[in-house]
Design a protein around this ligand. Structure first.
Ligand code: ADP
Ligand code: VHF
Length: 360
């Protein structure tokens, strides 16, 4: 594992709960003191913590039949206070402060929200305060949701240019089969030379988990491609964060590729967050995908869909509607539509804000 300084630690619901579903406050206390210890050694840590629904479910039971979405919203809304209250008490014992940040997918889609969030998290870290992020489950239901908090953690790591993303769950990492079977082996390293491990991963989830190991794997690969090393480890193991200090504990490590520029990282995660679509002609496609760095000019644009403002993410597709990449709009959809096919116009997407998909 490489040395780390700015780390996003994601804690899954199961790490914070016992097998009967009750909050595991001892585990929480241990993780908080490990984080505190790393902090005193100069590491900056952002927490992405699940657990709101699990904590709420312990307290609130419903007398009448209720829509399952509403149930979850109520558990999340009530449980989040208990969760953050516990963190506040535990960090307080170390004379330390933590802060609550609740976000939605929309906040990653809008460049202004994104920069506000980033600025706030960085300022909290500078003040020695631990930001604790969770999804705002009250306002995000169905398609507005993150796949799960692993996705949120990956987006956060890219946003703050973290060097390390640590996903703590209830298994030691990715196994070559059912983690409960003795024949399954832990995959210690995943890099470009590793043959696919995806087929080993089953859709099964831990009792409170949302996305399962598949989303962890997908997010980990994406983050490693952006230059962030990812570690999947067992949050229930005593002293697990010692991994960040070089201790020898079981885990799966995703070797990072060369680091990508901050804006490109934001764009790379934009597949689910784009506001408009730009269809380009074959000449423009050849130009953008050539080895020479080029911006996207209106003359190569065939069609534009959606409403967007300057700064929003756009999906670029070719004539067959195949996605090529993402870019940041230099002006709004109204101007862009007026300029379709015209020469001598300002680029709609500047090359500094262009991210082309890897066709591996
Ligand atoms: N090949 C595999 N290796 C490890 N875990 C796996 C594998 N296939 C499926 N899983 C399941 O993924 C679960 C972890 O994902 P998840 O339930 O989403 O955890 P969390 O709540 O920590 O996000 C494990 O408990 C395990 O049952
Ligand atoms: N926002 C939800 C977390 C959902 C989620 O992704 O859970 P998990 O798979 O345990 O990380 C909560 O706090 O309950």
């Amino acid at each position: 594992m490489n040395a780390s300084k700015l780390i996003v630690v994601k804690i899954g619901s199961n790490v914070l709960t016992r097998s009967d579903g009750s909050p595991d406050l001892d585990r929480m206390a241990s993780l908080v003191s490990q984080i505190q210890n790393l902090k005193t050694k100069g590491k900056k840590i952002v927490l992405v913590s699940s657990g709101a629904v699990a904590f709420g479910r312990q307290k609130i039971s419903f007398s009448k039949k209720l829509n399952p979405i509403l149930k979850k919203q109520i558990w999340a809304a009530t449980g989040q206070i208990s969760l953050i209250h516990e963190y506040q008490k535990l960090f307080g014992k170390h004379q330390s402060y933590c802060a609550q940040i609740l976000v939605t997918k929309e906040d990653f889609r809008d460049r202004k929200h994104f920069l506000n969030m980033k600025g706030c998290i960085e300022a909290l870290l500078d003040q020695g305060i631990i930001p604790i992020i969770n999804e705002n489950d009250t306002v995000t239901v169905t398609e507005l949701m993150f796949t799960d908090n692993d996705e949120l953690a990956g987006l956060t790591a890219a946003m703050i240019n973290a060097d390390t993303l640590m996903l703590l769950t209830n298994v030691d990492g990715i196994f070559t089969g059912d983690p409960n079977k003795p024949s399954s082996e832990l995959v210690s390293t995943i890099n470009s030379k590793t043959s696919s491990v995806k087929e080993f991963i089953s859709a099964s989830k831990s009792s409170f988990g949302r996305g399962g190991m598949l989303t962890k794997y997908a997010m980990a690969k994406k983050s490693a491609n952006l230059g962030i090393q990812v570690v999947i480890a067992n949050g229930k193991r005593d002293g697990v964060l010692g991994l960040l200090e070089g201790e020898d504990l079981p885990h799966t490590w995703f070797e990072p590729k060369a680091l990508k520029h901050g804006v490109k990282k934001w764009l790379a995660h934009g597949t689910a967050y784009y506001k408009g679509q730009v269809k380009i002609n074959a000449g423009a496609k050849a130009s953008l995908t050539s080895s020479v760095i080029r911006s996207l000019l209106p003359i190569g644009i065939l069609a534009i869909e959606g409403e967007f403002s300057k700064g929003d993410i756009l999906l670029i597709t070719d004539e067959k509607s195949e996605p090529i990449g993402l870019g940041r709009a230099e002006y709004n959809d109204k101007l862009a539509k007026e300029r379709i096919g015209l020469s001598q116009q300002k680029a709609l997407i500047h090359y500094n804000y262009l991210y082309l998909f890897d066709h591996e």
